[in-house]
Design a protein around this ligand. Sequence first.
Ligand code: TRP
Length: 381
Amino acid sequence: MAASHAAPLICVLGPLLSGPLAKADGVCSGGASFAKGPSVIDLDSTSAPCSRVFAPRVLTGDRPTGQLHLGHLFGTLLNRVRLQARGVDLMVLVADYQTITDRDSPASLPEDVDELVADYLSVGIDPARATIFAHSLVPELNQLLLPFLSLVTLPELLRNPTVKDEASASGMTALNGLMLTYPVHQAADILFCQATIVPVGADQLPHVEQTRAIARRFNSRYAPECPVFPEPEALLSDAPVLLGTDGRKMSKSRNNAIALAASADETARLLRQAKTDSDPHITYDPEGRPDVANLVLLTALCEEIDPRQLAEQIGSRGAAELKRRATEAINERLRPVRDRRSELISDRGYLRTVLRDGSAAARSIARSTLTQVAAAMHTNY
Ligand code: TRP
């Protein structure tokens, strides 16, 4: 196996509130930057005639397990739209095969997939500029799992902290093979299109690390002269973790999330139930008063103002005023998204066309990668 290189570069996208997109060119640990021209694999120009260059490409995705919510909007969706606006090649995966790590494939899956595509389009991911596709429609992607499995060891799979957390949260008595190996499948998601940048939450960093190890090992075992895969970088959003209305992390499975698709009335009801505390004076103190700070932050993100300033404006008018303002701000911010979304969801034929067209485009990328893989592995007969 290849020697392990340096830790992955992790880049942080500039804060959403801080105005000009120019600032969002991204900062990577080690002072590197992204999206400032093609990232060129360092090749020894005196060796093989290899001219492979990995152009910047962003890949990210979601499991179709329920409607996306405000945590997704501020954590990742708006970043995708910003990257798209800057002309970055953006691939967005509906990770349907990943849903069967901890559940059976439900009869509702087709609707769940439609809902996810509608969420994407309603926030501004544009199928004319981005490629939206699904695992099950891109067989060549899944085929990469096989050689990749030969490049990982059981102890490293068993060590993956995100897999451990998910397995214990799902209450499984015995780890199934896909739960154990889905990070390798996720490496196929990322590498089939030779993506160089992967915007993710911190919980996904072990998977990006695993992907980098697989790319490195594949290249050194099969293609030492001319790498087939780039070593992608994780791109972390600097949006803080948003809490749900019960004070725990906002999550589809915890029923504490304000979905993009929720109605204005449902949003008001959820916020009426939201946890606050007994101090009648509103301040922004994420450490000391996480529940109040979370409502202040959500409101501030929606109004695009500084949370401290917002807390000062509310001050002694207390939690009732904070909730009133939060409800108004969230409903106002989501109004155009919801309007667009309800139009889209009434045209499922269109949503399917978007997914099929995107998947056809992804397939042709995947075929070309498989051709390179087959040549490297001597299976091109
Ligand atoms: N595991 C991710 C999640 O649960 C979804 C996902 C699947 C993904 N494949 C990916 C994210 C590839 C980034 C890149 O949210």
